[in-house]
Design a protein around this ligand. Structure first.
Ligand SMILES: NC(=O)c1ccc[n+]([C@@H]2O[C@H](COP(=O)([O-])OP(=O)(O)OC[C@H]3O[C@@H](n4cnc5c(N)ncnc54)[C@H](OP(=O)(O)O)[C@@H]3O)[C@@H](O)[C@H]2O)c1
Length: 336
């Protein structure tokens, strides 16, 4: 049994984390915190947790978290996590950060997040928590950078082809659609029901902060630079990301070759389901689950890869718990 705290417990990923951790047999949740006007039972913040967990969520008290935890999940906005992670790490507490603070090299972080990195000492030690690509490094890490939701969906769909060297690594187009919880649980005009319902729009074309994360990690898989045009969209659903990625084969490929590559790459993976023969995944089959469903179809001289995840589970809290399970040698599927 390990003692676990969640900082940022009142946000969307925090809610999902608490829900999953409350049902995890190897975990005791010892503290929950956020920015709180007054301490409040988490089941009052999220009534669906009533009867599952009885714990007060209060304003973050770093010393209390240090004294009561073996592991801390930081479900905080980017630029905030890197203020707290070094304090916990210095006190021997492992950290799983759901924000972007430890996912990119310092120069790219500054370019895309507009701020100098405040914890260069730990940035190099952070392990990128995509189990399907980095499982062995995850097992021994103390600081885990949980991947972004869009990057999880795009990287998992493209990595087998990039690593195998069978597709062009420039000119890849990733067209992703996300439900609105991807933007977090904060008030903003663009997130109003009246703006989202019955609507469907692209945003941040060429400027979304997940683009460098996608290209860096696919570059590591390919062993070469990878160029992706990433176009995110918002769809009028609460949860889920569906990514459609367009690639060009470098050599003659058949559907059978492609199926073989993906089945080889993901055949043993507990949370990736590859659909043979170009069958394409749908959001309804993955929401509220930790699965990433992938289907890939060869169309003349193009490959179209489609992936579907739940942004709050495989795209955030579920993947964070999967990573915790790997770090502590628990059953990788426990709680999920
Ligand atoms: N939403 C997704 O689908 C998703 C997917 C992957 C990764 N992520 C990343 O995960 C992180 C959390 O996302 P989210 O969607 O859960 O965000 P969110 O709904 O906006 O929640 C943020 C949480 O952080 C707390 N918080 C903010 N500033 C704080 C501070 N200075 N001290 C203590 N607590 C603070 C907030 O508390 P109050 O509620 O009291 O303000 C809230 O509990 C973000 O970095 C996000 O980019 C999100």
């Amino acid at each position: 049994m390990i003692r676990v705290s969640v900082v940022g417990a009142t946000g969307y990923t925090g809610e999902e984390l608490v829900t999953i951790l409350a049902g995890h047999r190897d975990v005791e949740i010892t503290s929950l915190s956020a920015i709180m006007d007054k301490p409040t039972n988490i089941s009052e913040v999220f009534p669906r947790l009533k009867g599952q967990i009885d714990l007060i969520c209060k304003s973050l008290d770093v010393k209390e978290v240090i004294d009561s935890s073996d592991l801390v999940f930081l479900a905080l906005p980017h630029t905030i996590s890197m203020q707290y992670a070094p304090v916990f790490l210095k006190n021997g507490i492992k950290v799983i950060d759901l924000s972007a603070d430890y996912r990119l090299p310092a120069d790219l972080y500054k370019e895309w997040y507009g701020k100098d990195h405040a914890d260069l000492g730990n940035l190099d030690k952070a392990v990128y928590g995509l189990p399907e690509l980095y499982r062995s490094e995850i097992k021994t890490c103390s600081l885990l950078a949980n991947p972004g939701c869009y990057p999880t969906s795009v990287i998992l769909a493209v990595a087998p082809l990039a690593e195998e060297g069978v597709v062009e690594l420039s000119g890849i187009i990733a067209d992703s659609k996300s439900g609105i919880t991807g933007a977090g649980r904060k008030a903003s005009m663009s997130l109003l029901y009246g703006e989202i319902a019955d609507n469907f729009k692209a945003y941040k074309i060429g400027t979304h902060q997940h683009a460098p994360e996608i290209m860096c990690k696919l570059g590591e898989a390919a062993g070469r630079e990878v160029d992706v045009l990433f176009v995110p969209h918002v769809i009028p659903t609460r949860r889920g990301i569906l990514s459609t990625i367009y690639l060009k084969p470098k050599k003659q490929l058949t559907q059978v070759n492609i199926d073989k590559i993906y089945n080889h790459y993901y055949g043993e993976e507990p949370f990736v389901r590859y659909s043979d023969e170009g069958r394409v995944p749908e959001l309804k089959d993955v929401i509220y689950s930790n699965y990433c469903d992938i289907g890939v179809k060869l169309v003349k001289d193009r490959i179209v890869a489609v992936s579907a995840i739940d942004n709050l589970t495989k795209g955030a809290a579920g993947q964070a718990v999967q990573n915790m399970n790997i770090m502590y040698g628990f059953d990788e599927k426990e709680g999920l």
